[in-house]
Design a binder for this molecule. Structure first.
Ligand SMILES: [Zn+2]
Length: 348
């Protein structure tokens, strides 16, 4: 993007899905993966980053149903080293909840829903811990893969699934790297609120749009929203959620956990700043390359991937691999020994 266009005031074609404002600052004009034209705007009203024009819900649903995983992951079903990485991520997220007293090890069995459950690693972990765990995944191949492992994962769009689950039945709803793909996050979150029990917890993780990346990489078509700790909090307040726990800054992702109160903050009263603009101004090639060199990249990533492949090779099936990562399952009510098929293991 040339300097004349950079960070100029901009009137968007479609309104901000959080506060309704059209006015913003243009942050980027290019899709970093394809080099096609793609406009990204930071909202003057609430600081939320979004692409403009925003696609419709049905355009996005069609895209996710079939194309997304092939376009960006290159395969229909997960390879074993992806399962290993996803299982380790699932365990890390579970432990985040435990350490913040939002979940108890060996506590009562909870009814949980993982939205965008992918190949089902978090659902599988919650089953492993003795919970009545459900998932929903828009991609048919991944949903069928999770179902083939005996998991209660529905294949369908977010809207149709939430309609089916409305009625305050879940103790915990999780959504990892999903919110940044939605066109209308506030109404989706309100529908999720309607699925949560009184004092049920919503746990969200999104990529932190202020993280230090290459100047080119940050903006691409699969993400409709660019969330920062501040703008994520704004979107959730608008939808009627109240914060209980927020992750420390600088981790690359933002984790947010809270409860649904049903009382929306007025968009006009939301304090905002252009965190996205400040972060993009910091992204320059020379400091980025120096930062990569100091971190030992790209060799660190290659070594990590090689290590994952080496560990994954030791297992015959995803089930066996996940049991190893998740360790000994919690005893289910009425059982005096670990559930059938469970085996002792160590956190990988
Ligand atoms: Zn806004």
């Amino acid at each position: 993007m040339n300097q004349e266009q950079a960070y100029s005031p901009f009137t968007a074609q479609t309104p901000c899905p959080c506060c309704g404002a059209f006015e913003g600052i243009l942050v980027s004009t290019i899709d970093g993966k394809t080099d096609e034209k793609l406009l990204t705007v930071s909202c003057n009203g609430c600081g939320l980053g979004r692409i403009d024009p925003m696609p419709t819900e049905s355009e996005l649903e069609q895209w996710y149903e079939s194309r997304y995983r092939q376009a960006y992951k290159g395969c229909e079903q997960p390879r074993m080293h992806y399962v290993l990485r996803a299982a380790r991520n699932a365990l890390d997220r579970y432990q985040w909840l435990l350490h913040r007293q939002l979940l108890r090890e060996n506590g009562p069995s909870l009814r949980t829903l993982d939205i965008g459950s992918s190949s089902g690693e978090f659902v599988s972990l919650m089953v492993h811990k003795g919970h009545d765990a459900h998932g929903v995944e828009p991609h048919r191949g991944y949903a069928e893969y999770a179902q083939s492992m005996g998991l209660q994962v529905a294949n369908g769009s977010l809207s149709s699934t939430l309609q089916a689950h409305a009625g305050k039945s879940f103790d915990l709803v999780t959504m990892f790297h999903v919110l940044e793909h939605l066109a209308d996050p506030v109404s989706a979150l309100r529908r999720i609120g309607a699925c949560l029990k009184e004092d049920g917890i919503l746990f969200i993780e999104v990529p932190d749009a202020t993280r230090f990346t290459s100047p080119k990489y940050m903006f691409f078509k699969a993400h409709t929203l660019y969330l920062t700790p501040g703008s994520l909090q704004n979107v959730l307040r608008c939808a009627g959620f109240e914060l209980v726990r927020l992750s420390e800054p600088g981790a690359g992702n933002v984790r947010w956990a809270g409860t649904f109160r049903g009382v929306s903050a007025q968009a006009a009263t939301i304090p905002h700043s252009h965190e996205l603009v400040t972060a993009q101004e910091r992204r320059r090639w020379a400091p980025y390359l120096l930062h990569q060199a100091q971190k030992g990249e790209p060799f660190g990533k290659l070594a990590k991937r090689y290590g994952e492949k080496r560990v994954a090779r030791r297992f015959d099936s995803p089930r066996e691999l996940m049991d190893h990562v998740y360790g000994v399952p919690a005893l289910l009510p009425g059982l005096t020994s670990p559930a059938p098929g469970a085996r002792a293991g160590h956190a990988a």
